[in-house]
Design a protein around this ligand. Structure first.
Ligand code: ZN
Length: 239
């Protein structure tokens, strides 16, 4: 099996070769475990992470100690958004949702090689940071207005787009913490999608049986989020 490389990241893969090679000298591919906390709200950011096969989530704490996801990142994004503005303090908490690999670049190296160098990557990252903020607003609106099973379908579609697989190691408790609901509601939403023939699940994983049915069960937020992200990578004229 070939080791994951920088080009598996949609952001890093879109860079000119010279810029990518410069970053390779200051980066390392690391394995991330589910639940790892990559950055904590208000704490210094030690490193930026560009997920390759891992998927990460930006989460906020709700009253009663529960959490809810306000944004998710895979190969199209990166963790450590504040670094783009040269700020080392994180404005959010980011955890690993689906284990896998990521490219890690220390904060000082990132600021020197990306932010100060002011090359193509900084432009992409600034666009991505803006898109991520817009996505977080969309997720918050979705969380507040759509049914659990619609939100679960939307979320599973976004995860599937990033893991390139029909199987995800996601337990119902963990899914509940992403949707901001108790275990009972998480299982009810999973059961609804299972009854619709879209997925099967057990206590450790979800398997997508029929993506079209999952699309049919999702709210329109999924398509709108895909469009927002595609805009980051659309060629922009220099004018
Ligand atoms: Zn929605």
């Amino acid at each position: 099996m070939t080791a994951p490389g920088l080009s598996q990241s949609r952001l890093l893969g879109s860079l000119p070769k010279e810029e990518r090679e410069r970053l390779e000298r200051v980066s390392a591919v690391v394995e991330l475990r589910q639940g790892d906390v990559l950055v904590s709200r208000g704490a210094p950011i030690e490193a930026a992470y560009f997920p390759l096969t891992a998927v990460t989530s930006s989460v906020v704490e709700l009253p009663e100690g529960r959490t809810i996801e306000v944004g998710l990142m895979g190969g199209e994004g990166f963790v450590g958004l504040s670094l783009v503005h040269g700020t080392k303090r994180s404005s959010s908490t980011v955890i690993v949702q689906v284990p896998g690999s990521a490219v890690k670049i220390g904060s000082d190296d990132f600021i020197r090689e990306v932010v100060a160098a002011d090359g193509s990557l900084k432009l992409f990252l600034s666009r991505y940071a803006d898109a991520f903020f817009e996505l977080s607003t969309q997720v918050t609106a979705c969380n507040g207005s759509h049914a659990d099973e619609q939100r679960l379908a939307r979320w599973l579609l976004l995860v599937q787009d990033r893991v390139w697989s029909n199987d995800f190691p996601l337990a119902p408790e963990f899914i509940g913490s992403m949707l901001g609901v108790h275990l009972g509601r998480s299982i009810a939403a999973l059961t609804a999608l299972k009854s619709a023939g879209a997925i099967t699940y057990d206590y450790v994983a979800v398997h997508v049986l029929d993506r079209d049915r999952l699309l049919g069960a999702s709210c329109r937020c999924y398509q709108s989020m895909v469009t927002t992200l595609d805009e980051v990578f659309r060629p922009h004229s220099a004018a």
